[in-house]
Design a protein around this ligand. Sequence first.
Ligand SMILES: N[C@@H](CCC(=O)N[C@@H](CS)C(=O)NCC(=O)O)C(=O)O
Length: 424
Amino acid sequence: MSLYLLLQILNGCGGSSDDCTECEECKDCEKCEDCEECKDCEDCEKCEDCEDCEDCEYNLSDAKDNIESLNQEITDLNQEITDLNKAILNPDCPDDCSFTSRLDIVQKRGYVIVGVSGSAVAFSELGDDDSMTGFDADFGRALAAAIFGDDSQVEFVTLTASERFDAVQSGDVDVLIRNTTWAQSRDTDVGLDVGLDFGPIIYYDGQQLMGRESDGFSSQSTIADIDGLTICTNARTTTEKNITEEAKAAGITINLQTYEDFDTVIENFISGNCDIITTDRSALVGRKARQQPEGDNWVIFPATPISKEPLAPVYRQNDSIWADVVNWTIYATIIADEYGVTQGNVDSFDYEANPEMGRLMGQNDGQLQISMGLPVDAFYQVIKQVGNYDEIFTRNLNPVGITREESPNMNWKYGGLLYAPPAL
Ligand SMILES: N[C@@H](CCC(=O)N[C@@H](CS)C(=O)NCC(=O)O)C(=O)O
């Protein structure tokens, strides 16, 4: 319907004689009520001064019909949007397009599927006995403890950086916890595929470079010092983009080589094919601790990282039931760290004195967990079986020399950025 028609109706065209004076086309009509019957220009002729009336085909009852049919169109379009959203969330659609949260799928399956790297030192490492250990892996276990009361009800799927997002979009993994940086393009690009959503940041990282001391590098080296060199990293990462933009800004030329996985990057660094490697600082520290050859000294620079790399879990977008479960499992570990609730004292902690912790652990009132579709003691099981944030961090990252002190990964009360909303 045109705005003009709406104005006409609002102005009273087709209404009483008095109202007619407001109506552009009918204002000079002697027999103004005739105007209401005007359906087309022929009818218009009945009304002496309306002969050249262009919009005469509109009358009040046509307008009402128009509004009704437009409202119907809006309803149909809304239904289409709802169906499309359901289809996005349900891999079985179009056979079954009913809405199914990933939480239902996981609970019916009996275990949660978590995408990890499998070769990210101290974050997720696949052992010879097929065990998966590390910081990221422990958050996967925490999720299993929250949902099933058993941290072993988890299956890990190893993914390279370039495989990871497809695995979330296809529903092959329920959640991706794999050194993954929360970035605008990843969070918002709906494109033709299913989009992604990010959960809370579990590790504040930043990109740096690593070179050999024997090549003249030190922790004080800068981007300008890599001019003309071969720089290596793994494909489809934020790393690739950051180093390209950083080199351009510094006005230097680099030969950027990308490999499918970081094991290959390190092999090429050790063999001398790469002068410099670059990725998240946590990975450089871990690789140096594990793989630096005897007699060699690998150095990390520049002193200030070239980027922000907030690492966070990833799941399919538009499933807030599942998002709540992942997010609050992580928040529970952060809140427990804030109040000093650990694997060791979770059974003896004074919950009367700390009602927030009592609620979160399901000791006083577990209503909040129940309304999320989880057992009352979901987060108690997380702390009991896997530990709080500090325990997960210390156990996995301290052995390779990554510490929380003076880093953004400290709790907010101690100068860091780790901050969870309250369990209220
Ligand atoms: N955080 C960056 C980099 C992620 C990344 O792939 N990091 C490397 C270094 S930790 C890695 O996971 N390597 C392990 C592997 O290739 O399997 C991103 O999200 O793009």
